[in-house]
Ligand binder design. Structure first.
Ligand SMILES: [Zn+2]
Length: 142
């Protein structure tokens, strides 16, 4: 038989070709394993439209790593919700939900602390600590 029969590329051979090609073997190495010529392997690779060779001797970093460059270190402040700076005393008429209800001075001034309240407390962290004894705070369920 002078020429290879058209169906020389049997499924097992094609499979071997695809696997070896994907593993980065040279066409000449695959040809040797299959008992054919390098030209035959390359021709089949082209007909199968296999992706460009990724030789095992020269593996380049995957393109994916270039797609996502390391982002600059995120500032911790970006991740957390904006925290308003202490606003100082807030008049009763300007009180909002988040304002600490602690009255630092005379009650009749109608001026409240105005810092951001702690969760489940009418007061900010500082005044929550002042308004409860430490043992009571500790005994409260989280
Ligand atoms: Zn306060």
């Amino acid at each position: 038989m002078k020429a290879k029969p058209k169906d020389w590329w049997t499924k097992p051979r094609v499979l071997t070709l695809k696997v070896r090609w994907a593993q980065g073997f040279f066409a000449s190495e695959i040809a040797e394993e299959l008992g054919t010529t390098r030209a035959s392997v390359i021709g089949k690779v082209h007909r199968l439209q296999l992706p460009a060779p990724l030789t095992k001797h020269d593996q380049k970093p995957r393109a994916r790593s270039r797609v996502r460059p390391t982002p600059p270190a995120a500032s911790p402040r970006v991740a957390s919700p904006p925290v308003e700076p202490p606003t100082g005393p807030v008049h009763f008429g300007d009180l909002e939900r988040q304002h600490c209800r602690w009255i630092p001075g005379e009650v009749n001034t109608m001026l409240f602390c105005g810092d951001t309240r702690s969760p489940n407390s009418p007061y900010c962290a500082k005044h929550t600590a002042l308004s409860y004894t430490p043992s009571r705070v500790r005994s409260q369920p989280a």
